[in-house]
Each structure stands twice: as structure tokens, then as C-alpha cells.
Design a protein around this ligand. Structure first.
Ligand code: HSE
Length: 298
């Protein structure tokens, strides 16, 4: 590797209420990863998740880096990977997707762009299992994506400035558990409930229409099942909705709320308060969307 390669990759919030497993958007919260010549496979992380990530050199990011070399049939040269992380881990903010996308993109840049963005997305979905975080992490903005006959079909939409409050309850909620609580089948009524609302949520997000978002950001196929397992989840969600529109971010446990800018601080403390009252500590932040997906810093 002749010179350092730096990649920035954004946080993502998937589902957005009724768009379960097929809709996600990028948030202005970034991990920045540097790849440079090193000995073997060296990895170091600073910021979010550093304690957990610095235990070894095997994690989603390094696995993705190695995987891309395998797919391209290229021998890996010694590399030192340093990550500076802002994306909260195990939160429903797409930290796994960000790691996968960063590893694939870093490797692809190292090898002189052997793969096209579509190939990278396919690999990322193979590693993540669903496209709703990795597609926006790569493309930026609001992204609707489906897997159709082995092909990932997606479209991205620009979204205006929204004020977004994220509140994460500090409790153990692995994605695997969050998927295990879901029923295998949904009723026709619940499917109909979600289909129309998902389309309207996409429209509301693009137009900055908080009234339409408030009326339509309701889900019946994952949130009700998940919220009852998250201590304080349901009351916190109700308070979040009171400030605008709200959803579980991804599989949770964080809540995402779309609020008026001047109410953001109050929304953050009231939503956090609902968890705190039940003995659950929280972390919270106020952010906004970004239209940018992962990119190489020149
Ligand atoms: N759509 C996924 C889920 C996102 O809700 O399980 C998890 O990363």
C-alpha cells in the first residue's frame, strides 16, 4: 500500500417504523477508518466500542477486509487499520453495517477498485443478512432496498434537514434476540397496515412533512413485539411520539424521534427520563440526516 487510505462511513437508522427490513436512512454521525501499510493484520480502534474492539484483530471490519481480498483472489499485504468511531455500538444505529462497508471499501480502494459499487453492496448484504443498513451506508440519504431474484434493487431519495433525537437505553439487546422475538407469520391486516404506511413514511421523510410522518410512522410487524422486551421501551416511545414522530431505530434498543429543532433538548431529556425512571441508564444525542454515504477522504 503506497499511501494511507481513509474511509468515512455514516450511521444508519433502519426500518423507520413500518419499513421493516427494507428502508433506512443515513445520520450525520461517522466512523473514520485509516488503512496503511503494516505487519500482518493490525487493528486498533478509538472512540465508541474501543474497549470491546481492541481485544483482537478479528471483527466485522477486518473480516470484510479479508473477504474482499478472497473474492478478488488477491493476497493480502500487511495492513494497519485504525478506526476512530462515533457510531454507538449495539444500538440500532448500523455500527455492524458501517464496519462491513468500511472493511469492503477500504480493501477495494487498496486493490485499486477491482469491484464496482453494486458488487460491494452484494457482498455487504451477504455479510449483514439484510440490505436496510448497508444500502444507505453506501448510498447515503433515504434508501429503499429489496432482494429480488438474487439482485439487490434499491433507490435513494434526498431528505431535507430534520432534527433527530436518538436515545439509547443501556441494556443488553443483541440483534439476534431482537429478531428471535418476532413472529414467523403476520396477519393480512397487519401487512396491509404496514405497506401503505411505509410508502407514506418515505414520502413524509422526503418532504419534511412531520404531520404526515406522525400519522404514518406506526408499525405492527416488529415494534410491538420488541418494545415489550425493552424495559421502559413502550413509555419512552409514547413520549417520543408526543414530540413529533418516532420509531425503534433498526432492531433497537435506541429510539429515533423526529422533532422540532427548538424542542430537541426537552424531547431528549423526557425520552431518557422514561427509561431512567425504570432504572435504565441512557445515552442520547441530537443529530440530523446526511445525504452522503461512505466515501474515501481525498
Ligand atoms: N431490519 C433489521 C431488524 C435491522 O429490524 O432486525 C437490524 O439491524
Amino acid at each position: 500500500m503506497s499511501r494511507m487510505i481513509k474511509i468515512r462511513v455514516p450511521a444508519t437508522s433502519a426500518n423507520l417504523g413500518p419499513g421493516f427490513d427494507c428502508m433506512g436512512m443515513t445520520l450525520d454521525l461517522w466512523n473514520e477508518i485509516a488503512f496503511e501499510a503494516g505487519e500482518g493484520l493490525e487493528y486498533w480502534a478509538g472512540g465508541e466500542g474501543a474497549e470491546k474492539l481492541n481485544k483482537g484483530n478479528r471483527n466485522l471490519l477486518t473480516k470484510a477486509f479479508v473477504r474482499l481480498h478472497e473474492v478478488c483472489g488477491k493476497k493480502m499485504e500487511g495492513v494497519r487499520i485504525s478506526a476512530c468511531n462515533q457510531i454507538l455500538m449495539s444500538s440500532g444505529l448500523g455500527s455492524s453495517a458501517a464496519a462491513i462497508v468500511a472493511g469492503l471499501l477500504g480493501a477495494n480502494e487498496t486493490l485499486g477498485r477491482l469491484l464496482l459499487p453494486g458488487d460491494l453492496l452484494k457482498l455487504a448484504v451477504e455479510m449483514e443478512g439484510h440490505p436496510d443498513n448497508v444500502a444507505p451506508a453506501m448510498a447515503g440519504g433515504l434508501v429503499v432496498s429489496v432482494v429480488a431474484r438474487n439482485e439487490i434493487v434499491w433507490r435513494r431519495y434526498e431528505i431535507p434537514e430534520w432534527t433527530i433525537v436518538i436515545v439509547k437505553p443501556l441494556l443488553d439487546w443483541p440483534t439476534k434476540a431482537a429478531r428471535a422475538v418476532l413472529p414467523a407469520h403476520v396477519s393480512r391486516a397487519d401487512a396491509i397496515h404496514n405497506i401503505g404506511r411505509a410508502l407514506l413514511v418515505a414520502d413524509a421523510l422526503q418532504k419534511g412533512d412531520v404531520d404526515l410522518l406522525r400519522k404514518t410512522m406506526e408499525d405492527r410487524i416488529h415494534q410491538p413485539y420488541r418494545l415489550k422486551h425493552i424495559v421502559g421501551g413502550m413509555p419512552a416511545y409514547k413520549i417520543a411520539k408526543h414530540f413529533g414522530a418516532a420509531a425503534l431505530s433498526g432492531a433497537g434498543p435506541s429510539l429515533i424521534a423526529f422533532v422540532q429543532a427548538e424542542a430537541a433538548q426537552e424531547a431528549q431529556s423526557r425520552i431518557a427520563g422514561a427509561f431512567n425512571e425504570r432504572g435504565i441508564e441512557t445515552r442520547a444525542l441530537i443529530t440530523k440526516p446526511t445525504g452522503l454515504g461512505a466515501y474515501r477522504v481525498e
